[in-house]
Design a binder for this molecule. Structure first.
Ligand code: CA
Length: 234
């Protein structure tokens, strides 16, 4: 997704920019409130520092909210309860105090995005028919998968993983999000289990490219070659 990063501190902006890019987001960083107002319409989510050189962050937050409904997280050194309440009341979806832990902030971004997503997983593919990629068909409603017209039996969890990816074919899902949604906990040994399930989907369908690995981040529905040749993505 495309992020607008409003941060006047170069080192902080660089660290955040790197973390966001690693997670598959594109980032526009601005350091002034006026530039934030200029670019906010293109943003799919916003990270907002409150201490900016040209306008108070809370005032900027109010103005951003009049023109933009995208998820917005305040990331600031202001840690008084009064500041946090003001930020949330002014329209922030979440409020993170510096110094913060990067993994926690990234998890909060995922959560806020999910909560404000107008197309929750399972409803994005609204055509009614199966999702097709290559010679694979995934029927989300009927919970069946077929390859070249022949049904392939997956376990319940294998199907859940595939369905999560197939519901939004163009989007990359982070490992944390998949684990959180299907296993219910991103921080257990489930992580290893996810690898096993992805391997199971690839093996049973004979289409290794059906689940594309986005290295260091997560997975996406791929376009499998008909003969199941390795796609080099692992
Ligand atoms: Ca600042």
């Amino acid at each position: 997704m495309h992020a607008l990063l409003v941060e006047d501190d170069d080192r902080m902006a660089q660290a955040l920019g790197t973390a966001l890019t690693q997670r598959g987001h594109t980032v526009r960083r601005v350091s002034r409130a006026l530039d934030a107002l200029l670019h906010v319409r293109e943003a799919e989510f916003v990270l907002l520092d409150l201490g900016l050189p040209d306008l108070d962050g809370i005032e900027l937050l109010r103005r951003l909210r009049t023109v933009c409904a995208a998820p917005l997280i305040v990331v600031t050194a202001r840690c008084e309860e009064r500041d946090i309440v003001t930020g949330l009341r002014a329209g922030a979806d979440d409020y993170v105090v510096k110094p913060f832990r990067m993994a926690e902030l990234m998890a909060r971004i995922d959560t806020v995005r999910r909560r404000t997503d107008a197309h929750p997983v399972g409803s994005a593919h609204t055509g009614g028919g199966p999702v097709r990629t290559g010679d694979v068909e995934v029927d989300l409603a009927g919970r069946t998968v077929s390859v070249a017209g022949t049904e392939v039996r997956l376990t319940r969890r294998e199907f859940d993983v595939l369905a999560l990816l197939a519901a939004h074919p163009g989007e990359v899902r982070s490992r944390e999000e998949i684990l959180d949604r299907i296993w219910g906990d991103a921080f257990l040994a489930a992580s290893r289990s996810l690898d096993v399930h992805v391997a199971g989907i690839r093996a049973k369908t004979g289409r290794s490219g059906l689940v594309r690995t986005v290295r260091g981040f997560g997975y996406q529905l791929g376009s499998p070659a008909a003969h199941g040749e390795p796609d080099g993505a692992r």
